[in-house]
Write a protein that binds this ligand. Sequence first.
Ligand SMILES: [Zn+2]
Length: 145
Amino acid sequence: MNKLRNADKDCEQLFADIGLTSTEVELMLAYLSFQDGTTSEDPIEVATSVPYAANRKVTGWTVADLFRFGFPPLPTRSVVNAISFPGNSVYLRPSAVTWQMLIHEALHQFRGIDDGSIMTAWEKYGVNPNGDSNQISDLIRKKCN
Ligand SMILES: [Zn+2]
């Protein structure tokens, strides 16, 4: 099954809004590499950035720590299922991987587009640019299935 090869106008427009075609996204998916975030000992500062880690109060943590505990303040109810910074590795929770999540993370890894830019570009579909980044995956699922 290849949903992108059969992308309809809605799906094509969604990607066009961030400067891509469905064919380019299909290629990005084929080359996407990722790691199991639940077991990764990579430092958060390396997976993301030093300022990001400091801002989110996770300096000194590993990626596995983040997947285990979520972002402070702890205890938190928010579960981290995926994280990736442009040009860095993509870390995923294997039990929670979805097709739309892979596309979402590929946009970061290959095009360096951050969540804020994507959500702003998709505001016309009802996405809140200051809201949760899960809106990105949700909209891909809605528009491209
Ligand atoms: Zn994201």
